[in-house]
Each structure stands twice: as structure tokens, then as C-alpha cells.
Design a binder for this molecule. Structure first.
Ligand code: NI
Length: 197
């Protein structure tokens, strides 16, 4: 994959179901990937973007709660681990890999996160509200979990027609050769894994 042509992939792209392995090394290329991920996230007006969403099988995601390159703080989370959940809260979520689909998800209100930044420094924080929700949503991506997997049966039923449409479109793109076959995608994911994990 050329980094210049990197783009956000849509459900049900197989990379979104890949459980990513921890990153073992950070190099110049990975820094370029991270920069490009922020750019793609801003273009799509998102607050978070996981590596799976740009077809990369590595445990990393980027966040800027302001969704604006001129505001807020750019944060990179490498090999994140979420723990110590407290409370419970329902809120509407969306995902850059499921454009225009939104639905309610119940998640812990407060969580702790342990991760590394691009400088290799360990980051420990306890967060709540939107920040906690974003960290959980993005960490889920690294495990191949979509927010729609966490919706109630009723909300999931409401989302079904939209998910069916995404599946239909993806299949058509593969048939037309606009998206690689599942086998080709799996092979490339494995190559990236060999490089970074
Ligand atoms: Ni998402």
C-alpha cells in the first residue's frame, strides 16, 4: 500500500474485523502514516480514527476531540489498554467506516487508559465523557469490533437495512475490481503485521 493513496475503508471491509497485534517498532514511515491518518480524519470530520479503518493491522489510533486541525489536541495512542471501567452511560455514536449511520451505545462512563505515544513515552490517564467514549470506540476497532456490535437488539434492528446496503455496495465494488478480494486483503494485512508487530 502506498501511503499517499491511503483512505478510509467502509464496513464490511475485512480490515475492520481484524484483531490487531501490538506494535513493536516506530519508524519514519509509521510517523508518516499517523500524519496521513489525522488528515483523513479531519477531511471526514471525525474525532478519532483507528489503523484498521485505513486498512492497517496495527494497534494504533489517533484522536482530536475538536475534529479540527487548528483546534484541540492531536493525540496518538499506540498499544492502548482500557481498564477500570466505572458507571454506565448511553450516547449516540457514529463511525467514519459507516458514514451517516448513527445509533445508541451503552458504555462505561469512565475508564483508565494505558498506551504509548509516538515518542515512545508511556501515557496513563483516567477520563470520562466523550473522551472515554472515543477511546473505547477506537480500542474496539483494534479488536475488530464495530459500534453496531454493541447496540441493543432494537437499535441493531433499526440499523440492519443500512448495514445490508453497506454489505451490498462492498460486494459490488469487489465484483467490479474496485476493491481487492478478501484473500488479497488478508495477504497484505499479514505483510504489514510482519513489518510492525
Ligand atoms: Ni469508528
Amino acid at each position: 500500500m502506498e501511503i499517499e493513496t491511503m483512505k478510509i475503508v467502509y464496513f464490511p471491509h475485512p480490515a475492520l474485523r481484524h484483531k490487531s497485534k501490538p506494535i513493536k517498532r516506530v519508524d519514519g514511515e509509521l510517523r508518516t502514516i499517523v500524519r496521513k491518518m489525522f488528515d483523513l480524519m479531519y477531511e471526514a470530520r471525525g474525532v478519532g480514527l483507528a489503523a484498521n479503518q485505513v486498512d492497517l493491522p496495527i494497534r494504533l489510533f489517533v484522536v482530536n476531540l475538536e475534529a479540527d486541525p487548528n483546534k484541540g489536541q492531536e493525540m496518538v495512542f499506540i498499544n492502548p489498554v482500557i481498564g477500570k471501567p466505572k458507571g454506565s452511560e448511553e450516547a449516540e455514536e457514529g463511525c467514519l467506516s459507516l458514514p451517516e449511520l448513527y445509533g445508541p451505545v451503552i458504555r462505561p462512563k469512565e475508564v483508565a487508559i494505558n498506551a504509548y505515544n509516538l515518542a515512545g513515552e508511556e501515557v496513563n490517564a483516567r477520563v470520562d465523557g466523550l473522551f472515554a467514549r472515543v477511546l473505547q470506540h477506537e480500542t474496539d476497532h483494534l479488536d475488530g469490533v464495530m459500534f453496531t456490535d454493541r447496540m441493543s437488539a432494537t437499535a441493531a434492528a433499526d440499523a440492519r437495512p443500512a448495514l445490508d446496503e453497506f454489505e451490498f455496495q462492498f460486494q459490488r465494488q469487489q465484483e467490479r475490481g474496485e476493491v481487492e478480494s478478501d484473500a488479497a486483503i488478508a495477504e497484505r494485512l499479514h505483510e504489514w503485521e510482519t513489518r510492525y508487530c
